[in-house]
Design a protein around this ligand. Structure first.
Ligand code: ZN
Length: 265
């Protein structure tokens, strides 16, 4: 069950996404963040082949999901606490299985130009549009966060096409080398707090201009948009105390024992 709010909660009975699948590979394995609500794992197993087909690529590279019991992350994110958030890299999966070292060290490619106002034309392509659209079109997806320059480009290239899918695609800090996909609260999770619905419309309006103000572009928000390191157990829903104190399952105890302290990328 997902308990609480995306930046304020935990995960009971989380399951692990296999680190290598036919059309996906998990990156940064040392972080042990490839856990999620069963609905998130199911979503990724379904989305990965859809995305491969829509983009003509071999598959997707998956970044952070949640810790085995969710909760605040020591670095990197405010959200990702309830097992319903996942970062998916814009860089396509290569046609081979990456080693553990490669998954730790490969740098994600940045789709945004240095000025922060445009996409990088050297690597941006129509496949990126199809990739983001495929995510936004999935019914269980609540919203998709991308850099404002990417949102602006989607508005431009989609022009007069049906842009109804774009209401779920929201601009946010960072998110220039990955998109953040957030699922709605699953039916089995009565203590999951839903996020207010996205405003109607495609978001290709004046609200986007704010993101290109000089003072916003100059902000040095940590690359994922913040950290939850200051949160304490008492700040979380009471049900999270029971989740934290539950005995470890043999699988999660084994991965905790081998976990190393990773550096933020
Ligand atoms: Zn994220």
């Amino acid at each position: 069950m997902a308990i609480g709010y995306y930046p304020h909660g935990c995960l009971q009975g989380g399951v692990e996404l296999p680190t290598t699948g036919p059309t996906w590979q998990v990156m940064r394995l040392s972080r042990n963040r490839n856990w999620g609500h069963p609905e998130l794992v199911k979503f990724l197993e379904r989305f990965a082949p859809l995305a491969a087909e829509a983009t003509g690529r071999k598959g997707i590279l998956i970044g952070d999901m949640a810790q085995p019991r969710g909760g605040p992350l020591p670095f990197g994110h405010k959200s990702h606490q309830t097992g319903l958030d996942v970062d998916i890299w814009f860089m396509p999966m290569p046609d081979r299985v990456l080693s553990k070292e490669e998954r730790e060290n490969i740098k994600a490619s940045n789709l945004v130009a240095a000025d922060g106002k445009h996409v990088n034309d050297e690597i941006w392509s129509a496949a990126d549009v199809n990739f983001i659209r495929t995510a936004a079109e999935q019914p269980e997806v609540e919203r998709v966060l991308v850099n404002a320059a990417i949102k602006k480009e989607l508005c431009r290239v989609e022009g007069k096409n049906d842009r109804s899918w774009m209401s779920k695609v929201r601009p946010w800090y960072g998110h220039d080398d990955h998109m953040h996909v957030r699922l709605k609260c699953p039916a089995d999770s009565p203590n999951c707090e839903a996020q207010p619905a996205v405003p109607g419309g495609d978001g290709c309006d004046k609200s986007l201009d704010h993101w290109f103000a000089d003072w916003i572009l100059r902000l040095k928000i940590p690359e994922f948009g913040g950290s939850s390191a200051g949160l304490k157990l008492k700040d979380l829903p009471p049900a999270c105390t029971a989740v934290l104190n539950a005995p470890a399952s043999p699988a999660s105890a084994a991965s905790a024992a081998t976990e190393e302290r990773p550096k933020a990328r």
